[in-house]
Design a protein around this ligand. Structure first.
Ligand code: GLY
Ligand code: MN
Ligand code: MN
Length: 429
């Protein structure tokens, strides 16, 4: 891992909070992710499963966390099973956790090697009545591979059909929606690395530069600051490409007179940041580009003010829609009289602003959490309004990451330049 060690207190506290949600005599099991294969003997870069990471800080493949708060033996209340390292693995794959390192990273005091899992787990299952297993219940997830958690569910239910089975996912969604101080520090660090990347670009972008050259500048800056890299597939979209919401090809030349939309951000210690900025290729916006830019910026400022404890995502999205509608009328893109007659179930603003304004952010970019839960302190939401006008070769989206507190919203990206004049001034340097 490139990141600096995280205080294990984070994981100790997370496990305590999780254990409190279990029925009596419950055992819970969390699996790491697999190394995903490509072709031949290739694999993708390892990315840890967010839930086992949240509860243990263990960032290694072939790991299992067991939480059994009512285990008769105190040593069995929290256990990690890890891949046993040896000289061969050390030479071919490099360093893996020793038992001592795993204890230091996670605060779990009992570590077994994976070869002992079936035997130890069998002893524990004889004491347990309820079993909590984990699955990915993200509303928009499309998972076509069998994860280690899914394989484990199959194994466990076949071998122990008479236990009562329960889902960990709803508990994880509830816990992970509220970020603790140590998590916010990691997220702030991700935002700070993203800021370095963005500032680097302001002196780099000029007519003729390729979108992938911008991507390359960013990955350089992110990795040299201890990030694994992009928190999600980077979007570097010049001109009309900005109107393709999930544009990821990043292979076009940026031309004078165009605006580039960049939805690009770093991860740090597995925590995501999520930024969007738009800059003029030639260093100066046209008046029309600036008008659209400032309209989106006003919507963003208005929206951030509504990310307050007690509000909820449905009312919030409706209100942001209204702000956008007003701006679109001001820009001459909608007519007030048409808006007055519109079908409220299909508001006209959606032609120019077709995505949601905010999503949870955390270990995952579209982090877990219920959309029906009113806003609470400790939640982190993105704020990302936009206006897309393909007929003008122009798409503007601005996105910051906002921490909700009892004293109002805190913008974790407040230091990243956003005023059109500031961006022009920095590009002119
Ligand atoms: N970068 C993904 C998003 O903004 O939701
Ligand atoms: Mn984004
Ligand atoms: Mn986002």
């Amino acid at each position: 891992m490139k990141y600096l060690p995280i205080n294990s207190q984070l994981y100790i506290e997370n496990r305590k909070r999780y254990a409190k949600k279990l029925k009596p005599k419950s055992i819970a099991v969390f699996n790491s992710n697999d190394f995903m294969p490509t072709s031949a003997d290739g694999t993708m870069m390892f990315i840890q499963n967010s839930d086992i990471f949240y509860l243990s800080g263990i960032d290694q493949e072939e790991s299992i966390l067991v939480i059994f708060p009512d285990a008769n033996e105190e040593a069995h209340r929290e256990i990690l099973f890890l891949k046993e390292t040896n000289e061969h693995i050390a030479i071919w794959e490099g360093h893996k956790y020793t038992k001592e390192e795993a204890i230091a990273a996670s605060g779990v005091r009992k570590i077994y090697w994976m070869k002992d899992f079936v035997t130890v787990f069998n002893t524990l299952m004889c004491e347990a009545e309820n079993v909590y297993l984990n699955s990915n219940e993200h509303l928009r997830a499309v998972v076509e591979v069998q994860t280690r958690d899914a394989r484990f569910i199959k194994f466990c239910q076949e071998k122990y059909p008479l236990h009562s089975y329960h889902r960990s996912a709803p508990i994880m969604h509830e816990l992970r929606a509220i970020k603790s101080k140590l998590e916010i520090e990691a997220m702030q660090q991700a935002c700070n690395i993203t800021e370095k990347g963005f500032r680097r670009l302001l002196g780099f972008i000029k007519p003729g530069v390729m979108e992938y050259e911008i991507e390359a500048e960013l990955i350089h800056e992110f990795v040299r600051n201890r990030s694994r890299g992009f928190a999600y597939g980077p979007i570097v979209a010049s001109g009309l490409n900005a109107c393709v919401l999930h544009y990821v090809e990043n292979n076009k030349e940026c031309k004078a007179g165009e605006v580039i939309l960049m939805d690009v951000a770093a991860e740090y210690a597995n925590y995501a940041s999520d930024l969007t900025r738009c800059v003029p290729v030639s260093g100066k916006f046209t008046q029309r580009q600036k008008d659209v830019y400032n309209a989106v910026l006003r919507v963003m400022r208005g929206a951030i003010k509504m990310l307050v404890v007690g509000n909820n995502i449905t009312d919030y999205h409706r209100a942001v829609g209204k702000l956008t509608e007003t701006e679109l009328i001001g820009l001459g893109l909608l007519k007030a009289e048409d808006v007055a007659k519109q079908n409220p179930d299909a508001p006209l603003y959606k032609k120019y602003f077709m995505h949601g304004t905010s999503h949870f952010l955390g270990l995952d970019v579209h982090d877990v959490g219920s959309r029906y839960r009113p806003f609470e302190a400790g939640m982190v939401y993105t704020c990302e309004p936009g206006i897309y006008i393909p007929e003008e070769n122009l798409g503007i989206r601005l996105e910051d990451d906002i921490l909700l507190t009892e004293n109002g919203p805190i913008d974790l990206m407040a230091n990243i330049p956003i005023e059109a004049d500031d961006i022009e001034a920095l590009m002119a340097k």
